[in-house]
Design a protein around this ligand. Sequence first.
Ligand code: NDP
Length: 314
Amino acid sequence: MIQISAKEIARILPVGECIDLIEKAMVAVSSGLTDQPLRSIMPLKDGNAMGMMPGAMRDPAVHGMKLISLYPDNPRRGLSSHQGLMLIFDTENGTPVACLDASELTALRTAAATAAATRALARPDSRVLAILGAGEQADHHLPAQMAVRDYRQVRVWTRTFEHARDYADRHGGDAPEIAAFATAQEAVAGADVIVTVTASPEPVLKGAWLEAGQHINLVGASIAAAREIDDEGVACGRYFVDLKSSAAVQAGEYLGALESGAITEAHLLGEIGEVYSGEIAGRTSSDEITIYKSLGTAAQDLAAGYEILRRLMC
Ligand code: NDP
């Protein structure tokens, strides 16, 4: 069995080259060509958790499981908040073939998935990107976003202003202009695309701030108890998810808006894979607000992990 480190993952599969394969994987997901039992999360002490994500794909014929420690305070210790292993098995004979660093793999496939959704749903003339959150996911989302739209300005906001400034310094050369903002409201005013990648349990984005034509990627809240946008925000856009079965129990924003009566189940228009395949319409006018809710799927880990393994073996 081959062990693949974070450094090797980053070297072998740049995020810009991962977007098409994640899009293809999401079409397979929505066509019933993958198995994705619900991710399970085991709570640990001090608000930490252990996540287990199994899955299987027909093409490539692989199955596997991601085992990941979720430690939200880890960045303070200089460690990733998501650490673990992705195990990939050959479905023909059941042999384990690879073990990949799950922190890098997760950041890579999540950013690529958001980029694919942005490519499908955001206005082609989008020029201003607002990123809320400045951690590991935000670092990976910037190059992925730059690969799908011609952004002239990137704005970043996070809870701790110095972190937004550090982010802008760190990524100075990665966009024509990058600026740290003191408030989320200012950062999203006039933005064409918004990416939320915070670990906040409470909304950092409000429906009252949104403007016609914006596209929003909700990425940071992965459990039912967390939400990054308020009910009004969920209600005001065409709403798509990566996987309906996960969204029905783990998409905090959607569940909260359902519970408050701000939306009905019909508000969830479908899966992003159905948009990619043309089965359902994505954006239908330039002044609509579109929303992509990402929870992450095992098929994304398998598709990206298998491609890394394939390139390594070539
Ligand atoms: P990091 O810990 O590296 O960064 C977290 C960011 O969120 C920081 O900028 C932090 O702000 C900010 N933040 C934390 N708490 C709050 C709060 N209460 N209010 C506002 N901002 C806050 O995490 P990652 O970048 O790795 O992950 C971000 C989120 O994305 C996590 O919740 C994670 O579970 C989720 N995730 C989702 C995936 C998916 O597939 N959808 C996949 C992987 C992760 P600061 O430090 O500046 O104060």
